[in-house]
Design a protein around this ligand. Structure first.
Ligand code: SF4
Length: 280
């Protein structure tokens, strides 16, 4: 079994996947990684909080009041996420208040969107509390584990949005977004999740990559071209693991700047020693 993130890493840089999966070297902690973990944790907590927030709305509520309620809850989620990852933040010398200041604006945009969605739904259907929660769509699950024996793939989907007649996977990404569409490694990741959801009989045709820094969700459809690419990448990764040959460095040096293995990858002595250990 391969994880879907292995395919995404292979598209980013085959050598990176080899260092991670075959040589099993330790990642050097990076600020961006620690900040990304905090934001993922905050979104997960926000999702888990949704049900209790909605059930608490027992009567007609004006939008400013609802927004304030959501804001309080989501601020608490972010604080808890920071505490969950305070060790990793300390390791890269990041202060909790600074990460809070950087993370809150994009989470607050999400807060406003959710509060508005619930408010509109409530206004339209005139239902509250338990009834509102039962009727409300989409329901969102976080960190959904998925396994496909047939595709030989496993993964954890950041969010799965359940509508009455459709299931939509979402991947949350920190860092830069391309001008249009999504990065190839993100496309293969979300495409794989759509394929795996189809495999367990879910009605999934498309997914989204949500770029948190710009708060934009970009759509990805699973077409035959993307499906072929997913399967070809999976097979290439299996071959790479079996042959145990160290792939060349990526030609796009910009990728190396944000790579957690850069120090080891460019150190010929380290790489030679690791390859010798592997061959023995
Ligand atoms: S430093 Fe560059 S070439 Fe090396 S593994 Fe990372 S992305 Fe690939």
């Amino acid at each position: 079994m391969l994880s879907v993130t292995n395919l995404a890493t292979a598209l980013y840089c085959k050598r990176k996947l080899f260092i991670e999966k075959v040589l099993r070297l330790k990642k050097i902690p990076k600020e961006s990684l620690a900040k990304g973990k905090v934001r993922h944790a905050a979104y997960e907590l926000v999702n888990k909080e949704d049900e209790s927030i909605v059930r608490t709305i027992r009567k007609k509520t004006e939008f400013p009041e609802l927004l304030l309620f959501y804001k309080k809850k989501h601020l608490q989620c972010l604080q808890n996420a920071l505490l969950q990852h305070k060790g990793e933040l300390k390791e890269v010398n990041l202060a909790l208040p600074d990460v809070f200041k950087q993370s809150w604006p994009s989470l607050y945009r999400e807060t406003k969107e959710r509060a508005f969605h619930v408010f509109s739904f409530m206004e339209k259907h005139q239902v509250y509390g338990e009834e509102l929660w039962q009727l409300l769509t989409p329901k969102i699950d976080s960190e959904v584990k998925i396994v496909s024996e047939e595709l030989l793939l496993t993964g954890i989907i950041d969010q799965v949005w359940h509508y009455e007649d459709e299931t939509i996977p979402y991947e949350l990404k920190t860092g830069s977004a391309p001008l249009k569409g999504v990065w190839p490694s993100h496309s293969i990741q979300i495409g794989s999740y759509i394929l795996m959801l189809q495999n367990i009989q879910e009605n999934a045709k498309k997914g989204y990559v949500k770029y948190l820094d710009i708060q934009e969700s970009r759509e990805v459809f699973l077409n035959p071209f993307l499906e072929d690419k997913i399967l070809a990448t999976r097979d290439a990764v299996v071959t790479m693991i079996e042959t145990r040959e160290l792939p060349d460095r990526t030609s796009n040096k910009k990728k190396c700047d944000s790579c957690e293995f850069k120090a080891q990858c460019y150190d010929e002595k380290v790489m030679d020693a690791e390859m010798k250990k592997l061959q023995n």
